[in-house]
Write a protein that binds this ligand. Sequence first.
Ligand SMILES: NC(=O)c1ccc[n+]([C@@H]2O[C@H](COP(=O)([O-])OP(=O)(O)OC[C@H]3O[C@@H](n4cnc5c(N)ncnc54)[C@H](OP(=O)(O)O)[C@@H]3O)[C@@H](O)[C@H]2O)c1
Length: 336
Amino acid sequence: MSYAANPKRYDTMQYRRSGKSGLKLPAVSLGLWHNFGAMDDYEKCRTIIHSAFDNGITHFDLANNYGPPPGGAEETFGKIFKQDLKPYRDEIIVSSKAGYDMWPGPYGDWGSKKYLVASLDQSLKRMGLEYVDIFYHHRPDPETPLEETMAALDLIVRQGKALYVGISNYSAAEAQKAIEVLNSLGTPLLIHQAKYSMLVRWVEDGLLDVLDKNGVGCIAFSSLAQGILTNKYLNGIPADSRAASERGNGALERNALTQQILSKVYQLNKIAEGRGQSLAQMALGWILKDQRMTSLIIGASKPEQVIDSIHCLKNYNFTTDELKAIEEILSQPIEP
Ligand SMILES: NC(=O)c1ccc[n+]([C@@H]2O[C@H](COP(=O)([O-])OP(=O)(O)OC[C@H]3O[C@@H](n4cnc5c(N)ncnc54)[C@H](OP(=O)(O)O)[C@@H]3O)[C@@H](O)[C@H]2O)c1
């Protein structure tokens, strides 16, 4: 089956500028952390990517270690890119990252210049790309001087291997320092990628202010808490769900689905129903109500989930009463 992109793909997606940069990202982006490994069904991977691009998702988020095995998702994406997306390269934003354990020895992890430069070269080969649009340092390195890690990002841009740079999982104070170092090098920080959902809200305690003040974008990940913030676990654990998967890979574990969490999900689902939305749509809309959020990265195991999630854009406004009711549910104590 050959692929031709939907001519109406830009009709409904919304695009938000990343901080004060020139780059706009779709409010909903697609990540390939799960479901794009070597053992995943290739044709299914293709249909997920097609359903995203056909609906205006121009941004695909990867990392060196996504799989399994590590590198597997970049290889799958590279194959799909070659087969289907190559004619659309200039309409697509591809990101990758390095920062977690990737290969043995002292040069395959953390934040040295040696690791970042070598890792991006490997990522480009796996994806069959000449450059990525955004290259991230995936997590702060407590040992490598921040100046060296940021100099590596600057170098990569000057070499033409990435157009923009990002950081991920940096605290507010670490992000402020990274912004200052990158500014001094002349390669401003484009974006910070942070875990943010109704259940994980640390970015509200300073990070969003730091990014906003410095004109840097923010892109959320795991905004559905890996599927918890949907209605899928309200009647047990479906066999094809992430919680049922035995793959590890940092995936959602069954024991995260406690009665107390599920009780909150049940109550949130009632509010979503009252808004005429799925819970997934409400949980994503709740992130996008804050204009400081450039985008959020969804994961999907089926094309139907991409479509369902994109419809969060139909309503991400909340009444004061809805916000209050949501806060009350989220603040219900969770006993250890
Ligand atoms: N920078 C970092 O450190 C970091 C870390 C983690 C993730 N990320 C990025 O963020 C992306 C998304 O992370 P995530 O996969 O944890 O995101 P997520 O959106 O919280 O979870 C995705 C999972 O939720 C379920 N789902 C999605 N849409 C649904 C819908 N509409 N209805 C019902 N269920 C739905 C699916 O699970 P089932 O498999 O159960 O169907 C899907 O695989 C990753 O791919 C990656 O690009 C970055």
